[in-house]
Design a protein around this ligand. Structure first.
Ligand code: G6P
Length: 612
């Protein structure tokens, strides 16, 4: 949440930072701001609204300077308005700060500073941090770096920050604790950003800051220090991102582009991992831990949002193929409930961004308690990928639309690959079955291409149901998490209330809602519990409910009962969620567009939830 971009070099900084902020707008988009420094003075512009509002604000103004930092906000402390937007400036003007995260003890620090005549204008915790730096700087006669380090040692909570000090022009400071920050190393110029997307069009050389890192950056130099002030060697990596991957490539929205990218994304998930002649799988990231995996007593999956839904699918898959008990838990609950973690347990964290604060905290807790922690992440270099003992990248490519689509399907495919490999090694899957599952895996991209042909039908249905106020999503077995995911997609981007339920649970409450107005989306491809879900559809129809069913191609039974069907190709059960979710993604997308909603940046949401 909140995006930070900083530039220090010889080129005009304004455009570079504004463009960078646009790339990060998925992180937060309720207000934006920028500070541009021309060596002598610093100009600050802030506004409620989008980066484009900020751009309009600075348009035509004389804003020169080769150092700048900007921010796009997802409000935590104080409503989104110009005053609470970042950068925040300290009372006497010495420190300018942009911040992503939450300073938890800000109230106490604020009261302390108010007692020393510091005046505050905003409601933000960030202004408190800027003032704490200034207070220490002036009281202690310190350098900016010393004051920043001292202030950071006094705050509790999370931060990724970029800081200017008025008295030390030509320098930018960047530090992190819990919130991501990446440095881009160029020739005679350096960058700071919340992730690599604004950086890669300028340089591929990146340094991922770790917790407790402070970077002191000028245009020709970048010195990394621990906040405890010991210098150390930066580890420069090549960014795993190409600029074309973060453009819409002709699609009207990132979400639609990402839905249509799924054949390629899934192909990238298994590419290089399927051995020649589909004779086996090679998951390099888990190579050293497969034996531990195979002998695990229990797997605890922790995740949030859509990744949690993928985790629920994982529970079905891992239990079926590996016969290991699996529990799936919201990371936010896990971390605060004193979980029982025993020797022999494996904690598996799933996260697209690799930065979700609750998932990261759950991992840290599991590690403290001695568990082996594995990860499934999309973003290479992300905090979660670095905190876990081993793991697998999904390689879905950047996901920019706030509503997650290709992340879900690639996570399910990754979980399936882990399950096949573990099951095979445990002797639970024989060679023939193992190979036939791999064959099916390899055929998925083509099947997804075929599934995407449902787009026109999803649009037609969206036109009919765009004014609904409620929707119910039903599924059974590993299609139950698909129902949850379908409902989540609809509510997050179209603001229609939607609930997902295991179909049999409908009788215990939701059936009371059914009438001739509410669409009931039933995920009913031909899996184990097909006959049961056919009965559930009859129960809905008996109450005059409208049924829109996702079915297997050629289904003759449900197509006669349901009001509408959207067909997906036949596949093995384990991959049914991957295909069945696609019509639901498209249906939600079209409804949101028809309702005039901001599909890629829905209200109140953020792509990467780096606060708890
Ligand atoms: C946010 C996003 C969701 C995502 C969830 C977990 O809520 O809007 O799309 O599923 O965070 O994110 P993660 O990056 O950990 O998968």
């Amino acid at each position: 949440m909140c995006g930070i971009v900083g530039y220090i070099g010889s080129r005009p900084a304004l455009g570079i930072v504004i463009n960078g902020l646009k790339r990060l707008e998925y992180r937060g988009y309720d207000s934006a701001g920028i500070a541009v420094n021309d060596g002598g003075k610093t100009q600050i512009f802030k506004c409620a609204g989008r980066v484009r509002d900020l751009e309009e604000m600075v348009n035509g103004k004389d804003v020169s300077g080769t150092i700048a930092m900007g921010h796009t906000r997802w409000a935590t402390h104080g409503e989104p308005n110009e005053i609470n937007a970042h950068p925040q400036v300290s009372y006497r003007g010495h420190f300018i700060v942009v911040h992503n995260g939450i300073i938890e003890n800000y109230g106490r620090i604020k009261r302390h500073l108010e007692g020393r005549d510091v005046k505050f204008t905003s409601q933000t915790d960030t202004e408190v941090l800027a003032n704490l730096m200034e207070h220490l700087y002036l009281e202690g006669d310190l350098t900016a770096e010393q004051a920043i380090i001292m202030a950071l040692n006094k705050v509790e909570g999370t931060y990724g920050i970029a800081v200017f000090c008025r008295d030390e022009p030509g320098k930018m400071f960047a530090a992190r604790q819990g919130s991501p920050l990446v440095i881009g190393v160029g020739d005679g110029e350096n960058f700071v950003a919340s992730d690599a997307t604004p950086i890669v069009e300028h340089t591929q050389r990146v340094i991922y800051l770790n917790d407790d890192d402070l970077a002191v950056i000028s245009k020709d130099e970048m010195v990394l220090k621990a906040i405890k002030n010991k210098p150390f060697e930066p580890d420069v990596k090549k960014a795993d991102l190409k600029i074309g991957e973060i453009d819409k490539e002709g699609y009207p929205h990132f979400m639609l582009k990402e839905i249509f990218e799924q054949p390629r994304a899934i192909h990238d998930t298994f590419r290089g991992r399927v051995l020649p002649n589909q004779s086996g799988l090679m998951l390099g990231g888990l190579h050293n831990v497969f034996d531990t995996m195979a002998s695990a007593d229990r797997i605890l999956i922790v995740a949030c949002g859509t990744s949690w839904h993928a985790g629920l699918v994982g529970e079905y898959i891992l239990e079926e193929y590996c016969r290991i008990p699996v529990e799936v838990e919201y990371a936010s609950e896990f971390r605060y409930r004193d979980p029982v973690i025993k020797k022999g347990d494996i904690v598996l964290a799933i996260s697209q961004s690799g930065e979700t604060a609750d998932t990261l905290a759950a991992i840290k807790l599991a590690k403290e308690r001695g568990a082996m922690v594995l990860g499934i992440c999309n973003v290479v270099g992300s905090s979660i990928s670095r905190e876990t003992n081993a793991g697998v990248f999904t390689h879905a490519g950047p996901e920019i639309g706030v509503a997650s689509t290709k992340a879900f399907t690639t996570q399910v495919v990754t979980l399936a690959m882990i399950a096949f490999e573990t099951g095979y090694r445990k002797g639970l899957l024989d060679e023939i079955r193992y190979r036939s599952l791999i064959e099916e895996l390899v055929s998925l991209p083509v099947k997804i291409e075929n599934t995407l042909k449902v787009n026109d039908q999803a649009l037609a249905l969206a036109k009919i149901y765009k004014d609904s106020t409620n929707a119910l999503y039903l599924g059974r077995g590993l299609l139950y998490p698909v129902a949850l995911e379908g409902a989540l997609k609809l509510k997050e981007i179209s603001y229609i209330h939607a609930e997902g339920y295991p179909a049999a649970e409908m009788k215990h409450g939701p059936i009371a809602l059914i009438d001739e107005h509410m669409p009931v989306m039933v995920v009913a491809t031909k899996e184990n519990s097909y006959d049961k879900i056919v009965s559930n559809i009859q129960e809905v129809k008996a109450r005059k409910g409208i049924v829109i069913a996702v079915v297997t191609e050629g289904d003759q039974v449900i197509s006669k009962m349901a009001d509408y069907v959207m067909e997906v190709p036949e596949t093995v059960s384990v991959f049914a969620p991957v295909l069945a979710v696609i019509p639901l993604q498209l249906f939600s997308y079209h409804i949101a567009v028809l309702r005039g909603c901001n599909v890629d940046q829905p209200r109140n949401l953020a792509k990467s939830v780096t606060v708890e």
